[in-house]
Design a protein. Sequence first.
Length: 404
Amino acid sequence: MQTLAGKKILLGISGGIAAYKCADLTRRLMERGAKVQVVMTEAAKEFITPLTMQAVSGRPVSDSLLDPAAEASMGHIELAKWADLVLLAPATADLIARIAAGMGNDLLTTLVLATDSPIALSPAMNQQMYKNIATQENVDTLARRGMLIWGPASGEQACGDIGPGRMLEPMQLVEQCEAYFQPKPLSGKSVLITAGPTREAIDPVRYISNHSSGKMGFALAEAAAQLGASVTLISGPVNLQSPHSVQRVEVSSAQEMHTQVMNVADKHDVFIGCAAVADYRPVSIAENKIKKTDDNDDISIAMTKNPDIIASVAALTANRPFTVGFAAETQDVAKYAKNKLAKKNLDMICANDVSIEGQGFNSNDNAITLYWKNGEKCLPLSSKKVLAHSIMLNVHERLSVSNS
Ligand code: C5P
């Protein structure tokens, strides 16, 4: 699907080292049919030349607010109206601060003030500058005003530091643009998702848990939001950033997750139980740390069953959401998944074989078969993000059928 065909993207480049990636970004956007108009700050020109950007975009770069010749061809107000999307990449701490303050002291900030097109920005700066409370508050302010914040990624930085502040890679920005322009079939729908593991406390310092990374649930939340849904994500402890415009509730134990889900489940159109909920928890949590003793090599912990969250949601009699479960199996995947679909009274189940290396738990890839009453569909091995998107489109399709 060529969602970028004919789309007019105003690419605002500010002065960060990641600016050198903008030539590639422009190429990739244009390959997909987008028209790219580049606007550069003075500092950006220290990192990549306007000539390079003109050559790859096929258009003269705009860089001056007070240039009579430029104003005579496409003036800054006209430019602000031209864009279907304003993409600020890299967005430095300085650019973000100037936009947050409402300044218009160069062409790029003036365009941001003058446009009523959506604005996306991809922060890029040293990790300490990104973590600085001033930058954090500025980014929060822009997100609150409805700007889309794409990134930053975490990792090794040009200065040698490691941490958050890397601009998303050009292809990731292209994917964000594509997702932004795709049709929004879930707009007006609310989706509640559980993700990650739960932790079942044994004593004040120990717990029983599992290897769930939360990646699948977070990818589902991101896909649902990109498809227009309002999304609540109830997550166990994971090391992942919240997807943009998703409301996140953090929990630890299965009982906490159950309480939070049941508080809001009947206010949602769709519930997806993607969390790897612990089936059992210790009957009691020791008040103090359990000590190792010399007289006994074995200890036992009495366990009791946790509430089945998804079954509780599926059993709602009023305002029951369309309920989707996951089945991670190591054998007889189809048989167990279909059993679970019926036993838990689900509308759809996403089954995956976790015995195959390179997919499922903790991996970035997965393959899934969807089952519903009288139907099934195979979604082949792909990234969890791509898979999440297909799952959400299938949920939308089944939801439409069940509502008709
Ligand atoms: O029974 P099993 O754990 O294999 O079922 C998996 C599905 O049930 C997943 O959707 C999971 O999120 C959900 N589940 C739950 N509460 C539990 C156990 C599993 O919601 N206590």
